[in-house]
Design a protein around this ligand. Structure first.
Ligand code: PCA
Length: 323
């Protein structure tokens, strides 16, 4: 009897040891605040993984750039400093123009169009990320991008000389075409940049306007609906390959669910964000005819520039999208 008890205790100890040895903890750096819908969606993703793997893989979210700043997340995951992370992929279009496929002005301006464009681009992007030691898990679009200002804007001439916050090469290029002065700034630093007058305008979604309480400095949101950029969640390839097959399958399943729920939430909340801007005193309006036309002209220029820089792979994506 005594022996049996000892054996049982030993077995239990082994089981605990085995769980402890195989239970993996993944820290997940994210750039946007914990209350942002992408972050909340990732929190649900982490919970799904925790449950789906029976606790074998625990993903711990670090929102708001607390572990790595937005601009450092991709490199951190590539090099294995972090096993998983989320990043606005188009911010890395300077590494590969394909990363900017979701930020070509007026190419895909609705959620449906954005999904279609992403479907056309996903395989190629997965390949490029793989070459960078990254495993694509899921991506979620931001609501459509509009123009934040602190005065009426009737035409591009009104943008001349305005200090403008850029977040990728496309936003910097628009600034250049419009005669604005672009400064690259992460969303986490946007409020401060506005408060100190480093910038006085930017292009983004209602979500980021609300996150940053931009009504404290700015007055206008022109609902230009220029494009829907994406946050992409990827894993370090070595960390990924070290997982057993069942764990990987569970993560993939949760990633698919996160892509779907993220899209649904973004669609749901797009209007709410704009209402919040309005409730806080901002003028929310569509762009006037002149401004809209001029911006669409930039869109044409930039579509051609992108196709040229992205080569055959880029051309194929656009063709598949336009079919
Ligand atoms: N918000 C992010 C990217 C696009 C968006 O809507 C930002 O402004 O950083």
């Amino acid at each position: 009897m005594k022996q049996l008890a000892a054996l049982m205790a030993a077995t239990a100890l082994c089981a605990v040891a085995a769980t402890a040895a195989s239970a993996e903890k993944w820290d997940m750096p994210m750039a946007y605040p914990a209350t942002n819908f992408h972050s909340e969606n990732a929190t649900a993703f982490a919970q799904c993984v925790n449950e789906g793997t029976g606790g074998n893989l625990e993903i711990v979210i670090h929102a708001g750039g607390s572990l790595f700043g937005g601009n450092d997340i991709k490199r951190a995951v590539q090099t294995g400093q972090a096993p998983i992370g989320e990043r606005l992929l188009s911010a890395h279009a300077n590494e590969n123009p394909l990363f900017g496929v979701d930020s070509i002005p007026f190419l895909a301006t609705s959620f449906d169009a954005s999904e279609k464009l992403w479907t056309a681009a996903k395989d190629e992007l997965t390949k490029v990320l793989d070459e960078q030691n990254l495993v694509y898990l899921y991506a979620v679009a931001w609501p459509a991008q509009g123009l934040y200002m602190k005065k009426d804007v009737n035409s591009v001439a009104d943008l001349q000389g305005v200090k403008f916050r850029a977040y990728n090469t496309a936003t910097a290029r628009i600034a250049e075409l419009a005669g604005m002065a672009p400064v690259q700034i992460e969303a986490a630093e946007l409020s401060q940049a506005l408060a100190t007058g480093v910038v006085e305008s930017f292009i983004s979604s209602g979500a980021t306007g609300v996150d940053s309480k931009v009504w404290e400095q700015l007055t206008h949101f022109y609902n230009v609906q220029a494009w829907l950029p994406r946050n992409v969640v990827f894993a370090n390839k070595d960390a990924w390959e070290a997982l057993d097959e069942a764990t990987r399958a569970a993560v993939t399943d949760c990633a698919d669910k996160a892509a779907a729920s993220g899209l649904a939430t973004a669609q749901d909340l797009s209007g709410t964000y704009l209402k919040t801007l309005e409730e806080n005193g901002m003028k929310v309006a569509p762009p006037g005819e002149t401004l809209a036309k001029e911006l669409e002209g930039f869109g044409e220029t930039m579509t051609n520039e992108w196709i040229e820089s992205a080569g055959d792979a880029g051309k194929k994506i656009i063709e598949a999208y336009r079919q």
